[in-house]
Design a protein around this ligand. Sequence first.
Ligand SMILES: NC(=O)c1ccc[n+]([C@@H]2O[C@H](COP(=O)([O-])OP(=O)(O)OC[C@H]3O[C@@H](n4cnc5c(N)ncnc54)[C@H](O)[C@@H]3O)[C@@H](O)[C@H]2O)c1
Length: 262
Amino acid sequence: MKPNFDLSGKVALVTGATHGLGMAMAKALASQGAILAINGHTPSKMEKAVEEYQKAGIIAHPYLFNVTDKIAVDQAISKIETELGPIAILVNNAGMIQRTPALEMNPDDFRNIVDIDLVSPFIVAQRVAKTMVRLQQGGKIINICSMMSELGRNTVSAYAAAKGGLKMLTRNLATEWAKYNIQVNGIGPGYFATDQTAPIRVDGHPFNEFIINRTPAARWGNPEDLGGAVVFLASEASDFVNGQILYVDGGILATIGKPAGE
Ligand SMILES: NC(=O)c1ccc[n+]([C@@H]2O[C@H](COP(=O)([O-])OP(=O)(O)OC[C@H]3O[C@@H](n4cnc5c(N)ncnc54)[C@H](O)[C@@H]3O)[C@@H](O)[C@H]2O)c1
């Protein structure tokens, strides 16, 4: 029997899908037939995004809400359920990074990052799962983690704490909700070529050299590289995969790196 990657007719909500990795993953889900609900929290970006999806031949249904606001999340998901149907696939992609040395990090800023990167995925997953449980139809929840779910790095204490927490939240929800046929997994992207990294992705830039030397694949990831992972984890093909983080990182986490000159 062929593995089933078909997502026809399934409603998928991708948070933070107005650009970047969220948009690339949303497009991949739509390419397999999913009905797309996209979230963002900036009206002008949302308008531009809907046009971009349209240009790619995809109808993306826009839902503006702040993922940290439980009441707004509740209202928006009820609206999606009424307008499109119950959510079968949730991709918790919205996130934020703040680069500040730990000695200078203000606890309020630390809390804000944890709120966006860890508490929000919980709020959205809990609301979506309530309907999945009520309708007894199962479902797929995919949390976008990071290499910082495993590794530390200078200046990203709050982000690493939150993404490490998101990995454990993934395992915990997978454990609690398996009996409802809900699979909760994560994707950990490595370093990706997005608009923000364009200025440092040039020959001779020290960070670009670091990525090329540190990554066994010797290149940055392209947002499209996440398509296979998200479709797999959203589809029936992964029904016995639960509580896993799939790192899409060109092999960085598998290696200690090359000695100088090798
Ligand atoms: N870019 C990378 O190389 C990389 C690597 C590892 C992990 N990630 C993770 O992947 C995800 C997407 O990354 P990206 O590079 O596309 O980031 P990005 O900053 O371009 O996009 C993040 C999205 O989240 C949205 N968002 C932030 N706060 C929100 C809120 N309160 N409510 C609703 N939406 C909100 C933003 O509007 C934006 O659309 C993030 O979770 C990020 O941590 C990215």
